[in-house]
Design a protein around this ligand. Structure first.
Ligand code: SF4
Length: 375
């Protein structure tokens, strides 16, 4: 595990960008049995914001097969509301990957499980996960109604039997998720942040971020995801708990974060429409905003509304490359009743006297700045 994170700005059409990054990571041992663990919590396509994009999984399978690895499989156990995971494999496009690359799909709901003890807790974990040589943890970057976010550590909850998933809820989720994260070792963590979900892990409020996060430390990945979604580390207790159990480091100040790719994939409203994001449109003057920047603003407004019970009043928010290089005389269309226009991202530096620095800023940076301006 190292403290390096790669953040790749890309959509699913340009995934070849990640191949040189994969080559830099510690490679699986020769002849290793490699298991992919995507997030297929429900049987909905990745465009819903709920599940891991199959083209991202296919890209990595292809990379590994070209590197000579032969024993590769995909394993997942959908949420307890599904009788089996095959439904999700079909709807989410994984049967095609299985056929094309000759990779078996394993339903962890049907797998045997074994008890492991960690931090005074006995946890049942599926045999496939305990016996694999190299796990590739592929979560989706999205919100969760109980734990606030779900990313690398919580994705591992799909590696336990349904009865254990139910028991995790009786244990308050955070402690068992942390314990599970310290038991299951992820070789690579590759986060699908192409389309995630603003509010729930089951999808339905998709938000396009065009971002893939690659690392080897699931705790560090989650610490990075937390601030991308506008939260503080203490808002998601299982991440620090997992760090204390030795699962990784939550200290982003010691991390090396390397950005790759073009940030300028323009924001495109999602299908199905994200009604929450649409509600925010009346505040926003958006001109060719990059999707990752726009997603940060939407996450920040969502958090602001949760914290204050209302949206920011009397403001208009300018965002996008359309403001880049313009001067202060350039007109920013004030939205109805706006007294002040604030800029989001460094593109607005010359247009707005007050703007959030960063390219793109994280949701946490946008939220912190908005709260400071509006107090
Ligand atoms: S600051 Fe401008 S270029 Fe940078 S991510 Fe935002 S919109 Fe894109």
């Amino acid at each position: 595990m190292n403290s390096r994170l790669h953040v790749v700005y890309t959509d699913s059409a340009s995934l070849e960008l990640i191949r040189p990054i994969l080559a830099e990571l510690p490679q699986p041992p020769k002849n290793a049995r490699i298991t992919f663990k995507p997030n297929l919590v429900v049987a909905k396509p990745s465009s819903s914001g709920a599940t891991t994009d199959p083209t991202l999984v296919a890209c990595i399978v292809q990379y590994l097969q070209e590197a000579g690895y032969r024993d590769i499989r995909i394993a997942e156990g959908s949420w307890v509301g599904e009788r089996n995971t095959n439904h999700a494999y079909r709807i989410c496009g994984y049967e095609e990957i299985s056929r094309k690359y000759n990779v078996p799909l394993i339903d962890l709901k049907r797998d045997k499980a074994r008890k492991v003890e960690v931090d005074g807790l006995e946890i049942e974990v599926c045999e496939e996960i305990l016996t694999t040589d190299f796990l590739i943890n592929m979560p989706v970057l999205k919100a969760h109604c109980q734990t606030r976010i779900t990313c690398a550590l919580k994705n591992l909850k799909g590696c336990i039997p349904d009865r254990e998933k139910r028991r995790f809820h009786t244990l308050g989720l955070h402690r068992p998720i942390a314990a599970l994260g310290s038991t299951i070792k992820s070789g690579w963590v590759i986060v699908d942040g192409i389309i995630g979900d603003l509010t729930f892990e089951e999808g339905g409020t998709p938000i396009r971020m065009d971002k893939i996060i690659i690392g080897t430390d699931p705790v560090l990945v989650d610490a990075y995801a937390i601030q991308l979604m506008g939260y503080e580390l203490q808002d998601v207790p299982y991440v620090t708990m997992a760090a204390h159990l030795g699962a990784g480091s939550a200290d982003l100040s010691k991390a090396e974060i390397i950005e790759h790719g073009q940030k300028d994939t323009e924001y495109i409203p999602q299908q199905p429409a994200n009604r929450i994001a649409e509600r925010y449109n009346s505040l926003i003057d958006q001109r060719q905003a990059c999707s990752s920047c726009y997603a940060s603003l939407i996450y920040a407004l969502w958090r602001y509304e949760q914290l204050h019970g209302r949206l920011p009043a009397g403001v208009s928010l300018a965002i996008g490359q359309g403001f880049k290089g313009k001067d202060t005389g350039y007109s920013v269309a004030p939205t109805a009743n706006a007294r002040q226009t604030y800029g989001i991202g460094s593109c607005t530096a010359r247009v707005c006297s007050h703007y959030v620095r960063g390219c793109p800023p994280s949701a946490k940076e946008v939220l912190t700045q908005l709260e400071d301006w509006l107090k």
